[in-house]
Design a protein around this ligand. Sequence first.
Ligand code: NAP
Length: 287
Amino acid sequence: MASFFKNSIGVLCRNYPLVVSLKFERLRSSSAVFPQGMHKGKVAIVTAATSGIGLAIARRLAKEGANVVISSRKQENVTRALAELKSEGLNISGCVCHVGNEEHQDLLVNMTLEQHGAIDILVSNAAVNPFVGKIVDCSKEMWQKIFDVNVTASFLLAKHVVPHMEKRGGGSIVLVSSTAGYHPIPTIGPYSVSKTALLGLTRTLALELGPMNIRVNCMAPGLTRTRFSTILQQSPRLNRMLTENLPIARIGLPEECAGAVNFLCSSDASFITGETIVVAGGGYSRL
Ligand code: NAP
């Protein structure tokens, strides 16, 4: 019976991707805020939260009652995302923060503390992928840039927020990696290595911060429908290569990643730390 349902859902998703997308579109545009939500009274910072997966995470945490502070590099994107989320009745504020810039990180953390007096949740979601080619052809500068944004920023943000979480008696940090961190995607080697590093950072931080009641987990998306993955989505060959052998043979939706992050930040995950949830349609992901 279970396999019948599994197969039926797989067939539904394969044959009616639009229906599945519309279902989530309705979820996304629903203006319902849950006043007794699981994050009521919590304060959350989400980086790179003005589009795609970060925006969906910010929306989901806010719908569950959190005061969410969003950020990204461009003021116009922050302004647009703030207007969109506020129009849904959500408790949102935000500022510009290029995560590779330590002054911007200070501003983000200070603004959150000024406005809300505390930090309970950090979702470190920003990443860049400016290099395509063989890893041996990647310049040192390019490698550094990828690691500054994709890895070092998460380490520094964690350093910033930990003392404030400690004051609250605990907290939750979620890093956003990728299935590329498990299985490198050819031509984006440096990005893939940076995402593998986040798996290690998650486990190491979890070990060190567990005694402070700060949980550190990771969410690793597979191919997800956002601007970031447009090139992969538009190439029928790559699209097929990345999805056709999945048990759920389709591209994921940002809201599906947001659901996993929401769970990891919640008290339902109170005994979970150092783990990575892979949101990738059942693709095999092991190091
Ligand atoms: P997206 O839709 O393209 O959104 C990227 C967001 O990041 C935007 O809000 C962008 O806004 C912001 N951003 C970019 N560089 C930044 C920086 N240096 N500092 C702060 N904000 C920055 O991307 P996405 O697909 O949601 O990706 C989110 C995360 O998921 C990334 O870590 C990515 O590696 C991971 N991921 C995505 C997929 C996928 O298939 N989509 C798969 C695996 C993993 P501004 O332009 O205003 O900065």
